[in-house]
Design a protein around this ligand. Structure first.
Ligand code: PLP
Length: 402
């Protein structure tokens, strides 16, 4: 049973991650939140669109994830505007948030999906997604997952190794099918992001080294169950600069030119995802500007006729939601104050995994001098904490005001 307070504070963290040293988040001093305008204070009450977040907590209980559809649509529209009028497919990266309502919303808006498992494929299909708009990424596809995706009729497999290519050819041939593939190239480009979410460097497990990509494409062209359709890369996540994208794109286009010179047609270019969002003071490029810049580069190099795919995840959903939790206890300590909430590292893993930073704010702002707390969950690990301390203007525990 939860302790009942008369006017307790709930704590609410923006869903996302920030790399670097945590700074104080939340409190009365916060004027514009990263999720604005859909996540914003009206007076002292935090709102998600028109709904007070404390009201959501009261109705649905905590811990609670809640998302703004309007925010997700607004984020998607930047990509759509940049790509309008050109052969393209926006594949929402399901790993960013695989909630069925979220998937359904993107499916309704004509998106394809980027998946990394058979389970994600099932979720996409359950949400009404079109398998012919699905790309299957990931370094560890099992043969069973390959067969499942082939039977579902996915658009393409983004293949990450020669071993995977050979296994896929065998699985496809066994069912008299041909698998459309794109080879994921590791361009050895520094995305300038946290090492745990950097994926396009030589030392990363992802993709086929760009120095070995030509040999891999030649091998693919000879395999009976494989039909080469495209080339792709994904260099990391929470990328806040355009230049790594341009560098990676140039590497891809160099390869395409060589391959087509040899007679291997490359129908589509998949630029991956990775665009960062603001958690605090970051200033990532605007999606529309970034994609326009990349398309200009593609056109300038004479590849304008090619179909373009993108795989955004975080930039579509990361600032669209909140994790709402209830303050169970406040525990003044000798060296710090603890704020014990009902959400934990199982609900929000990345702060514990690699120090990702979340903004933590009060659902109802109080008056008075704020105090600083370490926000921790109930799990029996000292790592179960949200890296960003919270500044709260109340110290009372309990649920949202009745
Ligand atoms: C292959 C692939 N595509 C797309 C994404 C989405 O990246 P983000 O959520 O940073 O846009 C990821 C994320 O790790 C990925 O691995």
């Amino acid at each position: 049973m939860r302790p009942q307070g008369t006017a307790g504070a709930s704590v609410c963290g923006g869903i996302g991650e920030r790399n670097g040293i945590g700074s104080l988040g939340g409190g009365a001093s916060v004027m514009r939140l990263p999720g604005a305008p859909e996540v914003a204070y009206r007076g002292d009450s935090l709102h998600l669109e028109d709904l007070p977040v404390s009201e959501l907590a009261r109705r649905f209980g905590t811990p609670l994830y809640a998302y703004s559809m309007a925010s997700m649509q607004r984020a998607l529209s930047g990509y759509q505007r940049a790509l309008a009028g050109r052969d393209h497919l926006i594949c929402y990266a399901v790993k960013a948030n695989s909630n069925l309502a979220v998937l359904q919303s993107f499916a309704r808006q004509g998106c394809g999906f980027d998946i990394v498992s058979g389970g994600e494929l099932e979720r996409v299909l359950a949400a009404g997604g079109d398998p012919a708009r699905v790309v299957f990424s990931g370094v560890g596809k099992t043969r069973a997952e390959m067969a499942q995706a082939l039977a579902a009729g996915v658009l393409c497999f983004n293949v990450e190794s020669i071993g995977e290519l050979e296994a896929l050819s065998a699985v496809a041939s066994a069912s008299s099918r041909t698998a459309k593939v794109s080879l994921r190239v590791n361009p050895d480009v520094d995305a300038k992001t946290h090492p745990y979410i950097s994926t396009g460097l030589r030392g990363n497990k992802f993709g086929i080294a760009h120095t070995e990509a030509l040999a891999a494409f030649r091998r693919a062209a000879k395999l009976p169950g494989i039909d080469v359709a495209g080339i792709d890369c994904h260099i990391g996540s929470q990328i806040t600069e355009s230049s790594p994208y341009v560098e990676a794109l140039d590497r891809l286009l160099d390869l395409v030119e060589t391959l087509e010179g040899e007679g291997t047609a490359i129908a589509h270019l998949d630029l991956g995802g990775g665009l960062g969002i603001a958690y605090d003071t970051e200033t990532p490029p605007d999606a529309e500007d970034l994609i326009r810049r990349l398309l200009e580069r593609i056109d300038a190099r004479g590849h304008g006729r090619r179909k373009v795919l993108v795989e955004p995840g975080r930039s579509l959903v990361g600032n669209a939601g909140v994790l709402v939790s209830e303050v169970l206890y406040v525990k003044p300590g000798e060296t710090k104050n603890f704020c014990i909430v009902d959400a934990a590292m199982n609900d929000l893993a990345r702060p514990a995994m690699y120090g990702a930073w979340m903004r933590i704010v009060e659902c109802e702002r109080g008056q008075g001098e704020p105090q600083v707390f370490d926000v921790v969950g109930p799990i029996c690990e000292s790592g179960d904490w949200q890296r960003s301390p919270a500044r709260a203007t109340t110290t009372r525990a309990g649920g949202p005001p009745k």
